[in-house]
Ligand binder design. Structure first.
Ligand SMILES: [Zn+2]
Ligand SMILES: [Zn+2]
Length: 390
């Protein structure tokens, strides 16, 4: 089959690789009908995230049709059935899965020992996303093996198109969880750093959950425009001070809720701070850049909540712990517990409350994947979200 394969920093190729096979009774094989490139794939492309190996198949946002099932699927999935696959692989039986904490499933990471060493405890296995999270082959391919497929799937109604439901596997529930864990109240101002695909889903989720006003911070004009189209007030942080504008918009009090939809490759608009983080990162004293986190802690209203869906991989430096503690801020983070939210979100799409396909700017064939990675990373051609068809 054809698949997008990681070969090294900024080196992803469309290769011919062996077709996946059923390896376990609970596996299913799907024929991919649509897949997407995610912002967190760029952390692998730029090689900020450790634990990739030559030959790894990329991709954790995908959907398709069941072509084969293991003996343990027991009729839960049928040949020809269409499913979206959540990026977090879940067993559905462990203590964490039973509590709905799916992204920290205790059984789906087959490289549990490495994760135990790196993080203290393992987290869930993820598709196409480093050997720290299981090294499972990803979905930017013609076919994918889905482990624990009797639980690791989202069923979608026939009347909805692939593009309407594809993002149920990651960015829509990721934006939703980011907003839910900010515990939004009708009087809240919610500030969101990053108007990329996750930021876009987050802002619409925050409005659906009843925020008074949502403010999006970015410097890319087309992303700010898409945020305004979704109902947000925008701040262009290359032109104006985020802190001053947020204080102005909240009568000097600061936003009650701050959401980091950027993560570890943050670019500080303050040149000196950015240079400091780049240097520390280059000499491995710091693996992730913290400019968004610092700004959120500084500007957030005391007793507020910081919600962090943005991906971090390792260490960060110069976190203003004094401000965080004295202001009494709550920090909520995590990879997304996808299946915890998707029944509700499928209904909201079906009801017409939201159509997540608004975010798609580029459609291409799988073979064009390598160039689309570059287009997306460089934000060329107004690129916000790429969908590939094998
Ligand atoms: Zn993703
Ligand atoms: Zn589990």
């Amino acid at each position: 089959m054809r698949a997008l394969v990681w070969h090294g920093t900024e080196d992803i190729r469309c290769d011919t690789v062996p077709d996946p096979k059923i390896e376990d009774d609970r596996d299913a094989i799907i024929k991919v009908t649509a897949c997407a490139i995610c912002g967190s794939d760029l952390h692998l492309y730029d090689h900020f995230m450790p634990g990739m190996e030559k030959g790894d198949v990329m991709g954790h946002e995908f959907m398709g049709e069941i072509v084969e099932t293991g003996k343990g699927i027991n009729g839960v999935l049928k040949k020809g059935e269409r499913i979206v696959v959540p990026f977090t692989i879940i067993c559905g039986e462990c203590d964490q899965c039973k509590r709905g904490f799916f992204s920290v499933c205790e059984r789906s990471n087959r490289n549990k020992d490495i994760a135990d060493k790196a993080f203290g405890h393992t987290t869930a296995g993820l598709f196409g996303y480093t050997h720290l999270t299981g090294g499972y082959q990803g979905g930017q391919a013609e076919y994918v093996r889905v482990p624990f497929a009797d639980k690791t799937h989202i069923k979608v109604p026939e009347n909805l198109t692939d593009e309407q439901v594809l993002f149920l596997g990651d960015i829509f529930p990721t934006g939703w969880q980011a907003a839910v864990q900010a515990d939004i109240q009708p009087t809240d101002t919610v500030a969101i750093w990053g108007a990329g695909p996750v930021g876009q889903m987050t802002l619409r989720s925050a409005l659906l959950l009843g925020a008074k006003q949502v403010v999006c911070i970015d410097s890319v004009p087309e992303r700010l425009e898409m945020a305004r189209a979704g109902g947000a007030i925008t701040i262009d942080n290359s032109q104006e001070s985020t802190v001053e504008r947020l204080n102005e918009l909240t009568g000097g009090k600061g936003p009650e809720k701050c959401i980091d939809a950027v993560g570890m490759e943050a670019h500080s608009p303050r040149a000196l701070e950015h240079a400091y983080d780049r240097v520390k990162q280059a000499v491995m004293l710091e693996s992730d850049r913290a400019s968004v986190l610092r700004e959120m802690i500084y500007v957030c209203r005391p007793a507020g909540i910081l919600s962090i869906p943005g991906v971090y991989g390792g260490l960060i430096d110069k976190v203003p712990m004094g401000a965080l503690m004295n202001k009494g801020l709550t920090v909520r983070t995590g990879q997304t517990h996808v299946n915890r939210w998707t029944d509700d979100l499928v209904k909201r799409i079906d009801d017409g409350q939201i159509d997540p396909s608004f975010v798609i700017t580029h459609r291409a064939k799988l073979e064009q994947g390598p160039e689309m990675y570059k287009t997306f990373r460089d934000k060329k051609d107004n690129c916000i979200k790429v969908v590939l068809r094998p």
